[in-house]
Ligand binder design. Structure first.
Ligand code: FAD
Length: 285
């Protein structure tokens, strides 16, 4: 449980961090909260020769309002999100999701930027950001670029990030009167989602759903939006028959993974149950 030796560099600015990454791009890792990187290094599943610590970069640990959006700096911790009054008022899906992550120690250190960059298929944030249509802000040698989250995740621990790029922020909408919820089925030992479902519904006064966005994590090698479910909910009054029918389509066109936590068939059934439950929970508020 001791990592291999590596050279540690504490960056003082984003350009300095990117320069270091560019110089060592084949053998360097970024350190944010260390809650995923350090266990991997201790198990020697990751053996970088260089580690660049971005934990002290100024300005990346803030949650700010930008018109009808909210911008979470990459170093904002799960605990900051969980306890943010701004987010509770304007985008409650995020604090609700944060409370489900691991334990207090992990939430105190782990960051949203690190979680998104890590692209763990069982992580909670990928589902939430998909349901929110979030934008991922990235800084690299060519300056800043912005990527919609549905294009960001490529597969197991893979994203569109180049080795010398840093996630700097996650931009989400103010969700206003939309109804949102996050629920997951997870083994008590790790807390990682076997199935995690984030829901955002726009429902009018008559109870008709005018827009549905759902993010699902834990089921395949990357988080996804079940488009057929969203289509089946849109334009309907959401009674339990409609919800059940729509939820049954949650694994259409996806190939659920099999691992020690469950077979593909088990995950499929669990996904259907959790999609229905999470929609019901969002509607109840
Ligand atoms: C016991 C335990 C239980 C956990 N349970 C859960 C859970 O239930 N749900 C859940 O979602 N997560 C869980 N996690 C993971 C946790 O949420 C981590 O905080 C998160 O995955 C990574 O964030 P970090 O800031 O710690 O990143 P780090 O560990 O520092 O980095 C993770 C990876 O991302 C890269 N990286 C980090 N920051 C950036 C950046 N800004 N730009 C580009 N690349 C970057 C690193 O180089 C590394 O490859 C758990 C972790 C532990 C140890």
């Amino acid at each position: 449980m001791i990592p291999g030796s590596f050279e540690y560099f504490a960056a003082r600015s984003l350009p300095e961090a990117v320069k270091f990454l560019s110089e060592h791009r084949d053998d360097v890792k970024i350190l944010s909260g260390g809650q995923s990187l350090l266990p991997l290094m201790k198990m020697r599943l990751s053996k970088p020769a260089f580690v660049v610590d971005i934990g002290r970069l100024p300005g990346l640990d803030r949650i700010t309002e930008d018109g009808n959006s909210l911008v979470l700096g990459a170093l904002v911790t799960h605990t900051q999100i969980e306890s943010s009054d701004l987010l509770k008022a304007k985008c409650p899906l995020l604090p609700q999701t944060a409370t489900t992550i691991a334990d207090v120690q992990v939430r105190n250190r782990g960051t949203i930027g690190g979680s998104i960059a890590h692209a763990d298929p069982a992580g909670d944030w990928p589902a939430a950001v998909m349901a929110l249509d979030a934008e991922i802000q990235i800084f690299g040698p060519n300056g800043e670029r912005r990527v919609k989250c549905d294009e960001f995740f490529l597969g197991l621990l893979m994203s569109v990030l180049e080795p010398d790029e840093i996630v700097t922020a996650v931009k989400v909408p103010v969700t206003g009167n939309d109804k949102t919820a996050y629920m997951k089925a997870a083994p008590r030992s790790s807390g990682f989602a076997v199935v995690g479902v984030a829901v955002r519904l726009a429902v009018d006064a008559a109870g008709t759903c005018s827009r549905a966005a759902i993010g699902i994590t834990g089921v395949t090698d990357k988080a996804y939006r079940p488009e057929r479910v969203e289509q089946m909910l849109t334009g309907k009054r959401l009674d339990s028959a409609i919800i059940q029918q729509a939820a049954a389509e949650a694994c259409r066109n996806v190939d659920p993974i099999e691992d020690i936590n469950g077979s593909a068939e088990y995950r499929k059934q669990l996904t259907e149950v959790y999609v229905a439950r999470t929609i019901e929970a969002a509607l109840k508020g």
